[in-house]
Design a protein around this ligand. Sequence first.
Ligand SMILES: Cc1ncc(COP(=O)(O)O)c(C=O)c1O
Length: 400
Amino acid sequence: MAISKKVKSVLDGASWIRRMFEEGEEMKRIHGEENVFDFSLGNPDVEPPDSLKKQLKALADNPVLGMHRYMANSGYSETRSAIAAVLAEESGLPFQEDHIVMTVGAAGGLNVILKTILDEGEEVIVPSPYFVEYRFYIDNAGGSLRLVDTNEDFSLDVDAIEKAIHRNTKAVLINSPNNPTGVVYSHESLEALGKVLERKSRELGKTLYLVSDEAYKRLVYDHITLPVVFHYYPHTLRVISHSKDLALAGERIGYIAINPKCEDIDELIAGLVFANRTLGFVNAPALMQRLVGSLQKNSVNIHAYEERRDLFYNTLTAFGYPVVKPQGAFYLFPKAPIEDDVAFTRELQEKRILVVPGRGFGKPGHFRIAYCVDKAKIEKALPGFKEAAEKYNLKAERGK
Ligand SMILES: Cc1ncc(COP(=O)(O)O)c(C=O)c1O
């Protein structure tokens, strides 16, 4: 066999997201792009803000000497200082450039953190449903994943997290706004989680880490403000991506921010920088670093996403699908009308609608819709959702 048993077994169980996406590509070849309603992949359909394009042009016209060379593994000092200044303003904490490590997207950042903090066999607790790639990232670092269910409304079940923590636990990895549910974790739940982590760290005589994946940080709706995770627990590492807020998914740029109050911070930073280098990233892409430092308060047009969220949410609940109203990201995670989410997904597929079964996120009986898709396409797909709802006699009052 050409590949390891481990990789083989993973490939055999291929990711549901990828599987649906690939089947969608095939359907588009057969039926034509405009006749397939593909809500399978979280790939932003909007373009980066004009401010980014302007800067890119200015840089190309006035190149900085050495701008394509190697640099410090943590990234350019100017970029990290600019980010630290914005974080200091946001949090009131003394962020400085050393607290920032530029990474190859959030995926790179998470791998760097896990490689840095995990010893072989140590556990990372992840609330479920969850972004399935975590399983592989944790495995890459020799750790193991422990899933803990969220509440009915997908909010954090802090008591369940507390019960799951034991002497082999190293970190809790949360994701808000959440993929796949779009839920934003509340101030109260983060406060409770912070207290649990403080107490359990004391009891176990070790530092537990809170890793906060905020890949969708700036995609929040209803005028809500995302709670600042650093306020709830000192040993917090936040991972940021510009894949979604600046629509730069293919450019692979993000960063890790380390709470300045974290214990043994110098050692931790040295570990992160080492992992960034030796995982083979070496450093985050140079050109993108030059651009994103000054764009920390910019983002794509969030209102376009909010409008699609409203359209999908209002219509699906009117059809009778039970859906928790998402407050961020660009996903909805409705309950399927039948227990078998794969069978239901296949039924939608017959109507040329592509969604991902909930079991792909550790939560069967649901399905995920990624609405980073043109509004006109959503409108064309809605009758298919209606037909499926009628087939199973869904009633509007079941919506919540
Ligand atoms: C929850 C979550 N974390 C991390 C990532 C990876 O983001 P990036 O493109 O920055 O690596 C994604 C991508 O979809 C995601 O949904």
